[in-house]
Design a protein around this ligand. Structure first.
Ligand SMILES: Cc1cc2nc3c(=O)[nH]c(=O)nc-3n(C[C@H](O)[C@H](O)[C@H](O)COP(=O)(O)OP(=O)(O)OC[C@H]3O[C@@H](n4cnc5c(N)ncnc54)[C@H](O)[C@@H]3O)c2cc1C
Length: 447
């Protein structure tokens, strides 16, 4: 195997390319539709107020060198530590990519284009690009990142006054045209909501924000210092038993440690659980898992708390029922959780912060639609991503494992579950690189 094409140059695709070089694997072409590769959604569109939600000490891009990011910070930004701005992490990734390109210009190419189809044959793959060009490779790795959020069902942006709906949550103009008497509805109350509230505040919005989600749960804060603890045995792979286990351990070691110490077991817990157990987890525990597992920096939590105390941010549990044009704004009706009544608020803007969606069948991305239509990919059984093996090989619609098509990153969560954050994706890209580098060596030896 000589040449691997990687579609998507966010964190996952970029790391995959760098790891292939580091393992002396096949040469790589990284295809990224954004003008600047290497940063992806998380580390490019952020505002300086948007901080990593993982401590710098756990953010090395290289699993075999856990201090790598800390050393980079000490060199480039000695003023920073702990939870650093995401934009700074983007600088780190961009520098890693530039170094890799400079060190091996004949082995890593970056193509600025959108891949909109892939055709596989027994001896390789051809990728069609939006520019009309084609690119051949021996193997293709899909690293498309999270799919954009879908628009919550009762919302019809076309029926609302212009400027009333912000589909792209991190857009720099999210606060444009808003006055101090306006209300903004943020649909969702997770990590994206936190970003939006900080962004609106940073852009000078002084009105009221209402974050609405089914349960009204917001991300919890990290402690100022991590308290390490560990488990000797894996807890049982059943949702109810797991909940009981975490509650018991919380009393002994605190809830943060009780959640964090599951991490070495999360993937195997997920894979050992039956499909009904995984469904049960998603239905009843996912929202709780997300807010306890994916925590925010203490200083971010302090700012969110201040916004709430000032009465500028309300986090409301309820179900969005309708949104209609009302004057030059929108009248929103929702049902507060646990009631049968309907509440009404008039808002100037609605921001979609429902978070990434994983259902490929609802995707509007041309590449995903085409691969799905031709049966080259299929949704995983829970419809939270692309179905892959534990080796990250794509499983097609007929259940065949594709040895020339792999997928990486958050869209493989149906198989790995814990594959969203840097510490997990860096391990995935590392093991894929090891495998492909070995194949490369074997091929090179003619064995
Ligand atoms: C707002 C936010 C904050 C986060 N903060 C943290 C954090 O603090 N710590 C942490 O550990 N994790 C964090 N994460 C988790 C994050 O998902 C991962 O760290 C990582 O960014 C995922 O990388 P990715 O490359 O898979 O996806 P993405 O970053 O979404 O990148 C995918 C890339 O593929 C490109 N692409 C897609 N389709 C095509 C195509 N057909 N052709 C060409 N290009 C294409 C896109 O343009 C994009 O650049 C955060 C995530 C988000 C969204």
């Amino acid at each position: 195997m000589d040449h691997v094409a990687i579609i998507g140059g966010g964190f996952s695709g970029t790391l995959q390319a760098i790891n292939l070089l580091r393992h002396d694997g096949p040469r790589a072409t990284l295809i990224e539709r954004q003008a600047v590769p290497g940063r992806g959604v998380a580390y490019s569109t952020a505002h300086p107020d948007h901080l990593l939600n993982v401590r710098a000490g756990n953010m090395s891009a290289l699993p075999q060198d856990p201090e790598h990011f800390i050393r980079w910070l000490a060199r480039r930004r000695p003023d920073l530590s702990g939870f650093v701005p995401r934009l700074v992490y983007g600088d780190y990734l961009a520098e890693l990519l530039a170094e890799a390109c400079a060190a091996a210009p004949d082995r890593l190419a970056i193509v600025h284009d959108e891949a909109d189809d892939v055709a596989l044959s027994s001896d390789g793959a051809v990728i069609s690009l939006a520019s009309g060009k084609r690119l051949s490779a021996d193997l293709v790795i899909l690293a498309p990142g999270n799919l954009p959020p879908h628009i919550p069902r009762p919302l019809d942006p076309a029926a609302l006054p212009a400027g009333s709906f912000a589909a792209e949550p991190w857009s720099a103009d999210v606060a444009d045209g808003l006055g101090p008497d306006d209300t903004v509805l943020i649909v969702g109350s997770g990590l994206t909501m936190v970003d939006i509230a900080l962004l609106l505040d940073a852009r000078g919005f002084r009105g009221r924000m209402v974050a609405l989600s089914r349960r009204g749960l917001a991300p919890r804060a990290h402690a100022d210092a991590a308290i390490p603890s560990s488990l000797d045995v894996r807890p049982p792979p059943h949702a109810v038993a797991l909940l009981r286990h975490v509650r018991d351990r919380s009393r002994e070691v605190g809830w943060r440690s009780a959640v964090d110490e599951l991490r070495p077991y999360t993937e195997s817990l997920w894979q050992a659980a039956s499909l009904p157990e995984r469904e049960r987890f998603l239905r009843h525990l996912r929202a709780w898992w997300d807010v306890h597992r994916h925590r925010i920096a203490p200083q971010v939590a302090t700012r969110i708390e201040a916004l709430r105390k000032e009465g500028r941010l309300d986090i409301v549990a309820g179900k969005l029922e309708a949104a209609e044009a009302h004057g030059d704004g929108t009248r929103v009706r929702y049902r507060p959780r646990g009631t049968i009544e309907t509440a009404t608020i008039d808002v100037r803007r609605i921001v979609n912060a429902t978070g990434p969606q994983g259902n490929v069948e609802r995707s509007e991305q041309p590449l995903i639609q085409r691969l799905l239509a031709r049966g080259m990919i299929r949704p995983d059984p829970l419809r939270i991503g692309i179905d892959v093996t534990t080796q990250s090989e794509v499983i097609d619609a007929r259940g065949n494992v594709q040895d020339r098509l792999l997928a990486l990153g958050p869209m493989t969560r149906g198989t790995f579950w814990e594959i969203v954050a840097v510490p997990d994706i860096r391990r995935q890209t590392w093991s894929v690189a090891r495998k492909l580098a070995n194949a490369h060596w074997v091929g090179g030896e003619g064995l």
